[in-house]
Design a protein around this ligand. Structure first.
Ligand code: OXT
Ligand code: ADP
Ligand code: MG
Length: 575
């Protein structure tokens, strides 16, 4: 027997400590893109049993990590190389932070001594300084024995309080550092209670209940924070026990089925100005809610208060009064706050006055009937409505499928036409209205849930992440991408007014065959010019669970400038 190897101390290194620290904390997936200095980290993570999903561009890996965080309440991990790879991932990190999704961007970085003296290292950049203003927290680890602390701090920062994006800088030199294996093991931290419950104060609960009691026209607004919180049955109980009509923000659709009789979604422009007390649950009064004031809320002028009183349930105390006065802030995690409200309102809460609920029902029925008529039409060429009529049926038949959605018209029409039936099934452009989340969200949604994913994509929107079709094929994910192809941004009809050969800035190649892209990687391509062809393509995609891309040809004149947010576009305003 060779005594030297027998007595040799076992060692570990930076690579393995990072992997062990993540695994110790229940993190089993990395979304990333290999290269110096993290290539071996991706290989070793796979060898150690983690799922490593390798992308074609870091922004898509970052978006995947972010939405994995939203879906699971565990920080999604995005792993990139230094400077350019880091910057490519940074947009996704900032977007995650903006949306309150927990994620950790881990980037390798170049040699500190050279970077700090700006001596021109390979991919030189002070990444920590650049990340800091764009995320919730940023850390750097210089010594292998600190990896455990670094990962623990990153996890806590990402998921506790208001969730968000965290940057973790790991210099190249760290990975090869060695440590006695036992010392290394002891240096790791399994984070205890990473997102501690935050119980609301009793007087705050009482204040909210008193205000709610006084309401004649109450309204509940559910935001994506409510979807994130996974307090589904208590939220449903609150809505149903109080009988209060509710409005879901786009990613809160399905928290209660959109077909629920208390849903006021189809009467949005009626309930917002008419409500007198509004309960915000995990929704901010930002641009998507017209800042809680102005004409949308019945205000006399564009910035005037509409007279509503607000109860705001949020984990972030700073959110209250951000735009208008919040009369009853209820600070805590949504699960604890809603359950405290349930206890306090008991079982005999009086239903809202029937004048209110029947007025809503009347508007709603009218709008739904009108929508039904539009959907039943079958124009040639196919338009957004006739195509979405198919998608609506497909989601109804497959309520467990996740719906990814981006574009302008392709987004806005889908949001109002396609009903969702279960929580956290709709993921979209979120708070920034950002294009480019599409394929990253598809990959993560399929990877973390195992469910069928359906993406409804504007042709412009798809272009931001289209190369990840290869990733979807490579990992053989059950993703059906439907491109609403109207030959351009918003519409395909713009022409260059000078008569010169360059096309208009919003116009794309006419009659493009996006379905050919997926065929290059062995997936199924479908060219659909009618609702029947679209239906057949989607049904087959779901039956086979094969990566599928359907090029759905949409009337190029059918969209409107900027979709439903035309009023935000300064040049359109002038027209
Ligand atoms: O009550 P009223 O009468 O008002 O009616 C409402 C509801 O009551 C009713 N409704 C219903 N009726 C019947 N039945 C049911 N079930 C029902 N449900 C609802 O329908 C209406 C509408 O309801 P909604 O939607 O709830 O109400 P409203 O008033 O619209 O809500 C307001 C908002 C603000 C909450 C809502 O509009 C919203 O969520 N909007 C999000 C908008 C958004 O984020 N858009 C994306 C950004 S646009 C632009 O920025 C784009 N870019 C620039 C760009 C971006 N974004 N990112 C990057 C990185 N670079 C550049 C680009 C390039 S979009 C874009 C590409 C566009 O081209 P594409 O080819 O991709 O897409 P196409 O447009 O398809 O060509
Ligand atoms: P939407 O766009 O759907 O209106 P927002 O992203 O504007 O939703 O708002 C989400 C809100 O939810 C944020 O203010 C965030 O602080 C809050 N939030 C997220 N998770 C929780 C939670 N577990 N408990 C309480 N509030 C939460
Ligand atoms: Mg388009």
């Amino acid at each position: 027997m060779d005594m030297t190897t027998d007595t040799k101390l076992e060692v570990t290194d930076g690579f393995h400590l990072v992997i062990d620290a993540l695994k110790l904390n229940g993190i089993d997936t990395i979304f990333g893109l290999p290269g110096i200095p993290i290539t071996d980290l991706t290989r070793m993570a796979q060898a150690e049993g983690m799922r490593v999903i390798s992308f074609r561009h870091e922004q898509n890996a970052g978006n995947a990590a972010a939405v994995a965080g939203f879906l699971t309440q565990k920080p999604g991990i995005c792993l990139t190389v230094s400077a350019p790879g880091f910057l490519n991932g940074l947009t996704a990190l900032a977007n995650a932070t903006t949306n309150c999704f927990p994620m950790i961007l881990i980037s390798g970085s170049s040699e500190r001594e050279i970077v700090d003296l700006q001596q021109g290292d390979y991919e030189e950049m002070d990444q920590l300084a650049i990340a800091k203003p764009l995320c919730k927290a940023a850390f750097r680890v210089l010594h292998a024995e600190d990896i455990g602390v670094g990962i623990a701090r990153a996890i806590r920062a990402a998921v506790s309080g208001r969730p968000g994006g965290v940057y973790l800088d790991l210099p190249a030199k760290l990975f090869a550092q060695t440590l006695d294996a036992d010392v290394g093991k002891k240096s790791l931290i399994k984070v205890v209670d990473p997102a501690p419950r935050q119980i609301p104060a009793l007087d705050a609960v009482q204040r909210a209940v008193d205000l709610l009691k006084s309401a004649k026209r109450p309204l509940i607004l559910l935001g994506k924070g409510a979807a994130y919180a996974q307090a589904d049955s208590d939220i449903r109980a609150l809505v149903e026990r109080t009988g209060i009509p509710y409005l879901p923000m786009s990613m809160a659709k399905g928290l209660l089925p959109d077909t629920h009789e208390q849903s006021a979604a189809a009467a949005r422009s009626y309930v917002l100005p008419e409500a007198d007390v509004v309960v915000l649950i995990g929704a901010r009064l930002n641009w998507l809610l017209s800042h809680g004031k102005g004409k949308t809320w019945g205000g006399k002028a564009s910035k005037a208060w509409g007279g509503q009183k607000f109860i705001q349930i949020d984990i972030s105390p700073q959110e209250a009064d951000s735009n208008v006065r919040i009369d009853a802030p209820l600070i805590g995690d949504i699960g604890s706050c809603v359950s405290a409200l349930l206890t306090s309102i008991g079982t005999n809460w009086p239903k809202p006055p029937s004048e209110w609920t029947s007025a809503i029902a009347e508007r709603k029925d009218k709008n739904i009937a009108k929508m039904g008529e539009t959907l039943a039409k079958n124009p040639t060429p196919m338009n957004f409505h006739s195509a979405l009529n198919v998608v609506r049926d497909i989601i109804k038949a497959n309520p467990d499928a996740l719906l990814v959605n981006e574009g302008a018209n392709a987004l806005d029409f889908t949001r109002s036409i396609v009903d969702m039936y279960k929580p956290r099934k709709r993921i979209d452009v979120g708070t920034w209205g950002v294009m480019g989340i599409g394929m990253g969200y598809c990959v993560a949604a399929a990877a973390v849930t195992g469910e069928q994913v359906i993406a409804i994509e504007g042709d412009s929107a798809f272009g931001f992440s289209g190369m990840e079709v290869e990733t979807i094929c490579r990992y053989n994910l059950p993703v059906c991408i439907v491109i609403f192809n109207n030959n351009g941004v918003y519409k395909g009809t713009d022409a260059n007014p000078t008569g010169k050969p360059d096309p208009a800035p919003t116009a794309f190649v006419k009659g493009a065959r996006y379905d050919k892209i997926i065929e290059a990687f062995g997936g199924t391509g479908v060219h659909a010019t009618t609702p029947a062809e679209l239906r057949k393509g989607m049904e087959e995609a779901i039956r086979s669970r094969k990566p599928t891309l359907i090029n759905a040809v949409i009337d190029e004149t059918a969209g409107t400038e900027s979709g439903r947010i035309t009023s935000l576009n300064p040049s359109a305003k002038k027209k």
